[in-house]
Write a protein that binds this ligand. Sequence first.
Ligand SMILES: O=P(O)(O)OC[C@H]1O[C@H](OP(=O)(O)OP(=O)(O)O)[C@H](O)[C@@H]1O
Ligand code: HPA
Ligand SMILES: [Mg+2]
Length: 175
Amino acid sequence: MNPNLKLLISESEIADIVKRLAQEIDRDYVNRSPVVVAVLKGSFIFLADLIRQIQTPIKNVELFRLSTYVNGTTSSGQVKMLMGLSNGSISKQDVILVEDIVDTGLSTSIALQLLKAQYPASLKLCALLDKPARRRISVKIDYLGRTIGDRFIVGYGTDINEQYRQLPAIYVLEE
Ligand SMILES: O=P(O)(O)OC[C@H]1O[C@H](OP(=O)(O)OP(=O)(O)O)[C@H](O)[C@@H]1O
Ligand code: HPA
Ligand SMILES: [Mg+2]
């Protein structure tokens, strides 16, 4: 493995965080059946683990794809929609948006705007990681895994230039 990768969050710590988040969601969605929407690609592994820990019946899983980090570790500031939601899939539904990381907040705030425009009955955000040091736009995270410092991380779905998504834990990339 790349020697510049330093372990930040181990597989077992991730598993504990994911279980706790699922319990928080279960507590809030008694007698409801939410639609879980995830932003690709970064959240695909977190999504797969999270929904398998949620006991509440999930009505639908929807995926859409945004991309901001096209070259390296700095946000381009431009959020591109690369794949959209199925028509009518979230209107009047209780929606939980799943994100791997909220960094500048630009991707997530665009995602929330896109979802709100479809008139969900309710909309909450579940994010595995929060990096507040880089925030450019405020984002309210309803279910938060962990806050991290101002370091670029990879693994567990997250990448740099599309690499390292396959790593089962989360690492800091030391330049
Ligand atoms: O808060 P922000 O500064 O906007 O950064 C967070 C977003 O950036 C990453 O996506 P990316 O654009 O790298 O696409 P990817 O998920 O396909 O890797 C990450 O997966 C989040 O969706
Ligand atoms: O720290 C990060 N790592 C990977 N992708 C990201 N997208 C925003 N911040 C990050
Ligand atoms: Mg990325």
